[in-house]
Design a protein around this ligand. Sequence first.
Ligand SMILES: *[C@@H]1O[C@H](CO)[C@@H](O)[C@H](O)[C@H]1NC(C)=O
Ligand SMILES: *[C@@H]1O[C@H](CO)[C@@H](O)[C@H](O)[C@H]1NC(C)=O
Ligand SMILES: *[C@@H]1O[C@H](CO)[C@@H](O)[C@H](O)[C@H]1NC(C)=O
Length: 744
Amino acid sequence: MEFRQIPASLRRLCLLSLPALVTSFGTVNEPNILGQHNEHEMVTRLAFQCPGPKSDGTCFERRSLDQLAGYHLDFMGFPIVGGGFNGAVGAPDTLDPVPEGPVAHCDDADFVAIPGYPQNRTAATAALQRCVDHLRVRFRQAWVSAEELLSPEGAIRPDMVELSNPFGGDCVFAFPSLQNPQSGRAKCNVIEGFGRALHGVQDFYAHSNWADKEDPNQPISDVNPPGLARTDRAPFVVDLGATGPIPEDQIPYNLSTGCFVINDKTPGEGDCAGRVTHHTLTKDHGIINLDGSFGSVGPDTPRSEAVPENFHLAVEAAVAASRDLWTNFRAELRKRYGRVHSDMMICSLVRDDPANNCHNHALAIALDKSIASMDRRADEVGLAIAQALTGRLQFDGADKVTVVEFDESTEVNAPWTGPPVSKHQVDQIHVPDSQPNIGGGLALGIDEVINAFPDSYTDKGAVVMLTAGFVHHTWAGDTLLQLQRARAKGIRVHYGCINMPPVTETELVLEKKWQECSPGDGVIPAVLKTGGTFSFINQRHNTKSASHFATLILDHGLTGVDDAGEGETTRLSPGIVPASMLGASHPTRRFSYLAHQGESVNFIVTDRFPDAQGTGGCYTWTLTTNTTQEVISTRTLCSDTEQGTFSLPFTAATPMELVLTAEYEGEAEGSSEEQKGDVIFTVELETDVNTDVAEEDIMEGDNIGATGAHVPGFRSRTASTDGSVPASTSRTGEPTGRGHYELR
Ligand SMILES: *[C@@H]1O[C@H](CO)[C@@H](O)[C@H](O)[C@H]1NC(C)=O
Ligand SMILES: *[C@@H]1O[C@H](CO)[C@@H](O)[C@H](O)[C@H]1NC(C)=O
Ligand SMILES: *[C@@H]1O[C@H](CO)[C@@H](O)[C@H](O)[C@H]1NC(C)=O
């Protein structure tokens, strides 16, 4: 901080205690005098806001995002100037007691290739280098501070991540002598370093010509430097773990930022005379909405007034670059601290209650190994799902995963040995009437979760049940009993009911497409009421179904503390048919699908009332897309008055997001007393597109998860409760110890 170099006029500003200077994307919400609409906050929120209250591992939950992005208060729509908190991203503009200098905003790297320009390319590049070096120092501050988040054993230190007090509990990003007693929090220090670096990254796009366009009606000059109109991101402002000079080939010859003096004008004055000024290039001001749309641009930003698109280009680049920086930061943590500790650090940064939400989850996967299941190869699907799920969880010593098996016998303790018999043998044994003991499998799974953390399993435990169970309708008593028990104990049950292809001659002759898995009367609502998910899984898609099913569970929230929250949208994928529940207390459900250009899809909605799942009711379906404001199709259905199933076909002319919304309309007319309650339905997606393509998209998402703590609260390790050293997940995994096997 170079207080002595700050001009006298600026020192007066400090005395006036204005919250910020007008030197960057705005930090405060003061449209009238400063022309700022807390643009840094909005860019940061656009980059990191979560769709619901819970983090998916990369987005920031509410209080944590407030620390990074800041928040601003208004009174009946009028901003309270300086009300609120600038957050870490606003810290470089905050007077504490002085803002950070030009290096924090990437100013003064101005250059235009015209004869006699006052600063040559070399000097402009040197100014850019000073900015990047400054941001690298802030980036380093962030990852160095992260070490303090955890104990040496890798457990979160609760005092280091405490943010629970909304009044006075905010981080203080200032000189240490001005910080409050809670300022020693490592989480605040990490967020400060990251946020201050983020500020410069965002400013680079607001203050430079990297992404913008020049005024086509004026000649190129110091008041109209060329716009580079680049759609890629500048690598040197996000590769902040790098050292040494920025590689020359990364700096376009015509790159320019603006020269900044307090009297910031076009054309420049004082030290900035004859130069491109901050004022000339700035795209700092305009209205940004949290849905990514824009309001008016400006004021007092000539570059955006000449080409209004310039503000949008700068904001979009800044949002994308912010996410890139976060990706790089996570990679840096992983490089410095290893996967296990870095995943825990990331969880502790993005979640508001990390001490509770990042630790001690327990997952039991219950696999149906009955003859009926093996005969139809449903056990392979179950195994693939177990592997897809555990492959997506991060492991550390603080969570536990066990696999339990069950079959038609009562030997639910059978250890997981991978495929117990060869296919050849399976084909010879055909006992179609044997029933898996699903209630027994659930009971064992619940026991395992409780035993894993006897003092703290509530809301942090889940049982994933995978079965092809043909349950005779009236045989579900044990299952229902266990589902009630899970619900009472705060353990979620996710139920994958595996539909099987026809195998018997009769089925083939009848051309039956599927033998739908039959969970038993009332099982679907009982599963959903544990907070978990229920899906029919078509075995046809096999490993794809496994990956999609894992995605569905993790998106929804494996355990109570991972809950996606109200407003959740279920992503549909071929092969997975999720069940959902509508009622007076949860009147809306949303499903979405990203359709490719030319893709024909069909949504098949089936009311499960005739299957003795749920009760009678009426609801309206609406299909919309993100490309038009109009409703594509709408339809009202009443459980017990219609056939119980209908389709909504649609062909996407362009790539688009299709959203199917169900709204509860009340009980069906003439419902009897026992028919009042929740409606249960399933939504199946059919597509004519080769699902291999769709699969690639999904896998990309998976990879992001793999590098970025996709499942923050849940890092898992297969732990045997007897402390034995577990083996591997593969089907050839050797048994170790008394019944539990490592999944890695
Ligand atoms: C660029 O400007 C700097 C400082 O103004 C000067 O020292 C340097 O010699 C100049 N370089 C060239 C190639 O003209
Ligand atoms: C730099 O900008 C000038 C003026 O717009 C243009 O003539 C020149 O080709 C550009 N140079 C490079 C290397 O892009
Ligand atoms: C709609 O969503 C698709 C897929 O995400 C996207 O490619 C497209 O640009 C979006 N269109 C609009 C108008 O938002």
